[in-house]
Design a protein around this ligand. Structure first.
Ligand code: GLU
Length: 435
């Protein structure tokens, strides 16, 4: 069948119920974001329906033996949102609130993110609904291995490559790599990224997301005349993303004045001592109880006087209930989906610049790409090389998005979606429909 751009748009059946907006859950938010870019897509808009339907959704039962002899069942997911530009790519999260709607949205944001920084991947995401803190190490390992085996039918180094996300880490990636490799009879390091460096991981991967957050933050600051060395920064979540971003901002001279996490919030106007705070978090698992700061009610975090706010925890944290309270000139989304669409509009009206997740936290997957490339060639770069390449990719991608935002007078989120959707739908059109 001819697929020239003059062919009329395909008629779409209504979205099946499980794909509909669901009271603006995360997937509903993604659908709204796509609707906003549709008018800018020209002839490619005829393919836009592709983005509203994940390519492949796998729901798996994950049964394990608990240490006390009982059997527990967990629900696991792997969603491949789009593979037009390359294999699926995206993390796996273990969290008690994981739902299919969330994993679908996260997989879709991966498609956008990967296209925005132009790494040759589609988008995917996985998760298990579990509070991993309730599991012993042995139970965690058995659950990870059984989940990997269940999704083994759709993942692989050239098919779909998982990575760490909320509550998953290098050790979990090592178990995933081993399980996949045992099932197929040979070691396949390239099946996951974010592995330990001794097992085909990449130097700089652990810090990459935070480094990317800092890099785009510094680029945006230059453009709005904000001096990073004099800026006050507030960070939500002080783990792999917020902790590293906070550290890099402090090294650049900024004051990290407030940090909030699941355990509480702390404040110090003169700036927190970030290295000691990182040590405290490594030992205690939360910023709460850090001696050299004032404890603060968690909700007061949103009122803190600051120039830069970095939500680096979970989705839907900046909402219409707190968006008008934020004092910052710039919000850098270290987390995925931390701002609801209503809050996005409020921040836009109040002239707060939002650096959206789909570009701001793309540093992690960018170095995941470097890791995967290194695994294929079994030749490893030094950390300096990785960091330089990461900064170059982030700066270039950000400059492109900034230009599109100025050209169309749209937010950076819509601009990133325009750049990414054009790339995805262009490859979709080039590849054509099979059969
Ligand atoms: N989980 C990270 C993200 O949301 C990284 C994904 C990856 O490296 O594949 O971007």
């Amino acid at each position: 069948m001819a697929t020239s751009s003059s062919t009329p748009a395909p008629t779409a059946h209504p979205l099946p119920s499980y794909l509909q907006a669901e009271h603006l859950g995360p997937w509903g938010i993604f659908l709204q974001q796509v609707d906003r870019v549709e008018p800018y897509l020209g002839n490619l808009a005829r393919w836009v329906e592709t983005l509203k339907r994940p390519k492949r959704i796998l729901v798996v039962d994950v049964p394990i033996h608990l240490d006390d002899g009982r059997i527990a069942h967990f629900e696991g997911y792997r969603v491949q949102h789009n593979t037009s530009r390359g294999p699926g790519k995206g993390g796996v999260r273990f969290h008690q609130d994981v739902t299919l709607s969330e994993v679908m949205a996260l997989s879709a944001w991966m498609s956008i993110k990967n296209a925005a920084v132009n790494v040759p991947y589609g988008g995917a995401k996985g998760g298990i609904r579990v509070d991993p803190k309730t599991l012993s190490r042995g139970e965690l390992e058995r659950m990870t291995r059984r989940y990997t085996s269940e999704i083994g039918i759709i993942i692989g180094p050239t098919k779909d490559i998982p990575a760490p996300d909320v509550n998953t880490n290098e050790q979990i990636m090592a178990w995933m790599m081993d399980t996949y490799s045992m099932n197929q009879g040979s070691t396949a390091t390239g099946v996951v990224t974010g592995k330990p460096v001794d097992l085909g991981g990449s130097l700089g991967r652990r810090e990459a997301t935070g480094r990317g957050v800092f890099t785009v933050g510094a680029e945006a600051a230059k453009r709005i005349g904000l001096d990073v060395a004099k800026a006050a920064v507030a960070v939500q979540g002080f783990g792999n993303v917020g902790g590293i971003a906070g550290k890099l901002f402090a090294e650049a001279g900024a004051r990290v004045v407030a940090v909030q996490d699941h355990g509480g919030a702390i404040y110090r106007e003169a700036g927190l001592d970030v290295p000691s705070l990182l040590k405290h978090v490594a030992e205690k698992g939360t910023v709460a109880g850090f001696e050299h700061a004032e404890a603060m009610e968690a909700d007061k975090f949103w009122d803190v006087p600051c120039d830069i706010m970095i939500p680096a925890a979970l989705e839907q944290q900046i909402t219409k209930a707190n968006a008008h309270r934020i004092q910052a000139r710039m919000v850098i989304e270290g987390a995925n989906g931390p701002t609801t669409p209503e809050a996005d509009d409020i921040l836009h009206e109040r002239n707060v610049l939002v650096l959206p997740d789909v570009i701001a936290n793309a540093g992690g997957v960018t170095v995941s790409y470097f890791e995967w490339v290194q695994d294929f060639s079994s030749f490893f770069w030094d950390e300096d090389e990785i960091n330089k390449r990461l900064v170059r990719v982030m700066q270039q991608a950000f400059a492109g998005v900034w230009q599109v935002a100025e050209q169309h007078k749209v937010s950076l989120r819509t601009a990133t979606f325009i750049v990414a959707c054009e790339r995805i739908l262009h490859t979709r059109e080039l590849r054509g429909l099979y059969p």
